[in-house]
Design a protein. Sequence first.
Length: 115
Amino acid sequence: VQLVESGGGLVQPGGSLRLSCAASGFTFSSYVMSWYRQAPGKERELAAVIRSAGDSTAYADSVKGRFTISRDNAKNTVYLQMNSLKPEDTAVYYCNARLTRRDYWGQGTQVTVSS
């Protein structure tokens, strides 16, 4: 099982980034996919989640209206489009796949929002 995140980097406040998470080794289309983030000195928190069919999403209040989660089950990939980025969005972003007791994590990608 592998979850490989990409697309992180340094961006100025107000800018945009698109994160990708490529999955392999499991039946991607059956899993709920999520993006979590962990800022320095803080606990990991859920940012966005999407159901297996992609027909329902949910967001943390802190990112609602700015972030969009999506998935392409044909490509085994989940995305996080992040717009209007703020310095407080700075964190390591992790991809998560979950199905009942199965719970997989990626290695994370750093997002830094700074001028």
